[in-house]
Design a protein around this ligand. Structure first.
Ligand code: OOB
Length: 525
């Protein structure tokens, strides 16, 4: 069955997940469960208690309803780590209108597509990101309403969506609560529908595994719109356990460290490049980080040697997190032996997560051997939104999601990420679909063919190299020119190549596909 592009779980699993208590009637709009008088959110000059934040969300929800946004609608949200993001998210999920969570770095190429694919009624954005004016982009988008957090020009100011709270019917727990973005392996980004009940389970179970309590002070340095910082356990996991969320504009030590010191932050989630930066920065910055108890590191592989340094250098516990917007989350546990914490990427969050590690023919490999990770469970999607062809490839007939990650499973159930089968570059946690970038490059007049590969990088893990075959008689464009070209096409900057190489021909595999392994091997590094 496929309801408006959303593939539900089959009835037997739905019954099981409900009977065994993984799924409840709780919905995302009810996630603010802290003591009304305690501080829920610190952002810039704002310091909001649970009562304040709940009131703001209710008033904004009423304002959105008055504008005509209703249960079942989709709204593309592109906001940085601000009070506006948190309030907008909470207001939308209360109504049962699903936020489509774009990242602040996305540009017209991504945003236009997300609006079209989701059939969004509205787009919510900030004024600008540095030199980039979101409002100028918004003028061309196919949405009825543009809502701006800040100076809205001709659009609707977010602050004007403020009305006396009204009775809201609200969504069903089985409704789609939020759309997350897939890292992408194809020419176009994919949308991941997450239901209220699966995402509530995701964030509550994560909060439990990570030991969150009302005393947790969680510093957000990754984009709050990313699954890791939003619900693993993230902002929402903190709200569900009554702690305090502190928003930082970035993970840069000169912004994050003073916030840790001032707010006495206890937990933070970072990608490996930020962790490496912090390990260095403590030597020249003198803020007091002694409140920090746990550093979650995920999004890309974190080397064992570096994981071992975290307790010594930053004075806190380290936790490896191997997750995906599609669902499955693996965490090293707080009481795991040091060796597992340092050398593995954790084990599945839920007893109901089903894991298979398979060879290219789909047969399970021997225990401890490397294979592709397939998974199914109470918070892993059963299909991308409105993508039937892609779904036919991305899932097994019995509903396992093909992650494209190569892993090894230890007897304890812990997974070690050994590589990747999917055509994607993991640039320090930012995911770049090779095909998406190649398609953009192919529109350049001098380029005949393009192949994008990841090259090892000590800081980022990988960086992006585009191999180009030029049209006859064309001069090779330089990196600067290619970046300007891609910027002109409205592609997010993190997807730009870091390096260009020209080739006369691409090496092929026996079946005739471009061998990216052989291409990458052409370069010394
Ligand atoms: C997180 O989510 P996405 O959707 O941006 O990316 C998922 C992909 C995984 O399939 C894997 O290829 C890679 O990112 N990945 C890791 C990793 N964590 C993610 N590869 C190696 N080691 C790790 N620890 O990245 C994400 C979502 C929720 C929590 C944490 C990360």
């Amino acid at each position: 069955m496929d309801t408006d592009g959303f593939t539900p779980w089959p009835a037997d699993l739905e019954a099981r997940y409900t009977a065994e208590g993984y799924w409840s009637d709780r919905v995302l709009g009810g996630v603010l469960r802290g003591d009304p008088a305690r501080v829920a959110l610190v952002a810039g000059d704002d310091r909001l208690t649970y009562a304040d934040l709940s009131r703001r969300a209710s008033r904004t929800a009423a304002g959105l309803l008055r504008l005509g946004i209703a249960r079942g609608d989709r709204v593309v949200v592109q906001l940085p780590n601000t009070t506006g993001f948190v309030v907008t998210f909470l207001a939308l999920v209360r109504i049962g209108a699903a936020p489509v969570l774009a990242l602040p770095a996305h540009r017209e190429s991504e945003i236009r597509y997300l609006c079209e694919l989701s059939g969004a009624r509205a787009y919510v954005c900030a004024e600008r990101d540095g030199d980039f004016d979101y409002r100028a982009m918004a003028r061309t988008l196919p949405v009825e309403h543009v809502i701006v957090d800040g100076d809205a020009e001709e659009f609707t100011p977010l602050a004007s969506l403020d009305a006396d709270p009204v009775e809201i019917e609200g969504p069903a727990p089985s409704d789609v609560g939020v759309f997350l973005l897939s890292g992408g392996t194809t020419g176009l980004p994919k949308l991941i529908p997450r239901t209220h009940r699966d995402y509530v389970y995701n964030l509550e179970a994560s909060a439990e595994v990570c030991g969150f309590t009302r005393d947790t002070v969680y510093l957000v340095v990754l984009p709050a719109a990313h699954n890791f910082a939003l619900a693993c356990p993230g902002v929402l996991g903190v709200f569900a356990t009554g702690g305090t969320v502190v928003l930082s504009p970035s993970g840069s030590p000169d912004e994050a460290f003073p916030l840790i010191e001032r707010e006495r932050a206890t937990v933070c989630a970072v990608v490996p490049p930020i962790a490496l930066l912090w390990l260095d920065a403590v030597t020249w910055q003198d803020e007091d980080l002694s409140s920090l108890e746990l550093l979650q590191v995920g999004g890309a592989k974190f080397a064992a040697e570096r994981a071992a340094e975290v307790p010594r250098v930053l004075g806190c516990q380290v936790q490896q997190v191997f997750g995906m917007a599609e669902g499955l989350l693996n965490y090293t546990r707080l009481d795991d032996p040091r060796d597992l914490v340092e050398r593995t990427q954790g084990r599945p969050l839920s007893p109901a997560d089903e894991i298979r590690v398979v060879d290219p023919d789909g047969a399970q490999v021997a225990p401890g051997e490397v294979g592709e990770l397939l998974t199914r469970g109470p918070y892993t999607l059963r299909g991308y939104y409105r993508a039937p062809e892609h779904n036919a490839r991305s899932f097994t007939p019995d509903g396992f999601y093909r992650t494209g990650d190569l892993v090894r499973r230890l007897p304890s159930g812990h997974l070690i990420v050994e590589g990747r089968e999917k055509d994607q570059i993991n640039r320090g946690g930012d995911k770049v679909s090779a095909e998406e970038l190649e398609n953009h490059l192919l529109t350049h007049p001098a380029i005949h063919d393009a192949a994008v590969v990841g090259l090892p990088d000590p800081m980022m893990g990988e960086r992006t190299c585009a191999f180009l075959i030029l049209r006859k008689g064309e001069k090779a464009p330089d990196l600067r020119e290619i970046k300007d070209f891609l910027r002109g096409r409205g592609l997010a900057a993190y997807k730009f190549p870091d390096r260009l190489e020209t080739a006369d021909a691409f090496p092929r595999t026996p079946v005739g596909k471009i061998s990216k392994k052989a291409l990458a091997a052409r370069l010394p590094g």
